[in-house]
Design a protein around this ligand. Structure first.
Ligand code: NDP
Length: 383
């Protein structure tokens, strides 16, 4: 079990996590990114071309964007492990995280960029045929439905993006939406409605997913939301794209959540209800939910963590100084006035710290905020 106490651990490796890692790494905080055992890279790993991330006029494939973000953060010293955090202890000065590999990691600050999970329809057939005709990832599974008719459920950008992608494989894509108007952005909606392989089913709710016992899904039952009439639509596969839900169950109520399960932060900052714990990305935001906005909150979270560490460091130094001053005056009274060396402090781990030769090094708790982190953060703030 490692006893190392890091400055920053970032949980999650989507746009928010990697941007936080980039900023923290450039501030010399040597962040560890616990990026997920299966879901590393977040939602963009399951999307196709991203056309609205600035800097890529031709668009960029979602997984490529995530790889570039990772490379950029690692170039400045961020470390990544592909594990899932299974237990968080976020209270106190030192946060303790345990992973599915039973490894334990400690840090003075934690940035929660846990992302979101697929929202489900909540139907028995959905669970029964999950991964057997029911999918949440068009880019992962679309290929398996070559020349078949497919249903896509939802009316947002995810459903539209998925449906358009699936037209590459499917003979026909049925888009099933519960209203008579798409939620998706106009440019995407227009593309969808113009596609000859797409058939829209407006005002339609999926009320069942059918298939053979032990086999795959082969039909959906649709209910007209206005007339209540039901009919069965035979399809080879069903892609559910009805939005996301924040992955906050695992936090066990340690940080304050809103009524929908999103982490509450002290806007415009990223501080949660627990000191030293910050949150960024989809786990906080249910309004904008864009890669670029997630990246923006990741940057803010890293800067907030950096400022928190600097404040803690200054407080700890002041407390030690005042303790040393008290000790010196007590020693002066009892030993005839021999003062302790003013430029040398003994850290609790037994190592002597020469503060005169390391002016940027500061002590927090029982370990030091590294000299290069303070130096780098000074350089960084000149941006
Ligand atoms: P959204 O919340 O935007 O859309 C969810 C859709 O699913 C809505 O049309 C909603 O219907 C429908 N829905 C929700 N619950 C149910 C249910 N129980 N049964 C049937 N239908 C349901 O989620 P998205 O994942 O589409 O998008 C999330 C965010 O990510 C958005 O901000 C979007 O713009 C962004 N995004 C951007 C992309 C891009 O720019 N390339 C690609 C993908 C997503 P209703 O409309 O009636 O509420």
């Amino acid at each position: 079990m490692s006893e190392e106490i890091r400055d920053v651990i970032i949980v999650g490796s989507g746009p928010a996590g990697w941007t936080a890692a980039l900023y923290a790494a450039r501030a010399g905080l040597n962040p560890l990114v616990i990026g997920g055992a299966i879901d590393a890279g977040g939602a963009l790993m399951r999307t196709t071309t991203v056309e609205n991330f600035p800097g890529f006029p031709e668009g960029i494939f979602g997984p490529d964007l995530m790889t570039k973000m990772q490379e950029q953060a690692e170039k400045f010293g961020a470390e990544m492990i592909y594990e899932d955090v299974t237990d968080f202890q976020l209270e106190g000065d030192v946060k303790v995280l345990r992973t599915d590999d039973d490894a334990v990691y400690r840090a003075r600050t934690v940035i929660l960029s846990l992302g979101s999970a697929y929202r489900k329809l909540g139907l028995d057939g959905e669970a029964q045929f999950s991964a057997r005709g029911v999918s949440y990832c068009a880019t992962c599974d679309g290929f398996f439905f070559k020349d078949q008719e497919i249903a896509v459920v939802g009316g947002g950008d995810s459903a539209v993006t998925d449906a358009l992608f699936l037209t590459r494989f499917a003979s026909k894509v049925h888009v099933i939406h519960r209203r008579d108007e798409l939620r998706a952005s106009k440019i995407m909606a227009d593309r969808l409605l113009a596609d000859p392989k797409v058939e829209m089913h407006w005002n339609s709710q999926v009320v069942d997913i059918l298939g053979e016992d032990g086999g795959s899904a082969n039909a959906v039952v649709l209910r007209d939301t206005q007339t209540g009439e039901e009919h069965t639509l035979p399809v080879g596969g069903v892609f559910v794209a009805i939005g996301q839900e924040p992955r906050t169950d695992i936090l066990g109520g340690q940080v304050q959540l809103d009524d929908h399960g999103y982490i509450v932060v002290q806007e415009p900052g990223t501080a949660t209800s627990l000191p030293g714990v910050f949150a960024a990305g989809d786990v906080v935001d249910h309004v904008y939910c864009q890669a670029i906005t997630a990246a923006g909150t990741g940057a803010r979270a890293a800067l907030d963590a950096q400022h928190y560490l600097e404040q803690q460091s200054a407080l700890a130094l002041a407390a030690r100084q005042s303790l040393a001053d008290g000790q010196n005056s007590a020693d002066g009274q009892t030993t005839g006035g021999t003062p302790a060396a003013s430029d040398t402090q003994t850290a609790e781990n037994g190592q002597a710290k020469d503060n005169a030769s390391q002016p940027d090094s500061a002590v927090i708790g029982d370990t030091a905020l590294s000299a290069n982190s303070a130096a780098a953060s000074t350089g960084n703030s000149a941006e």
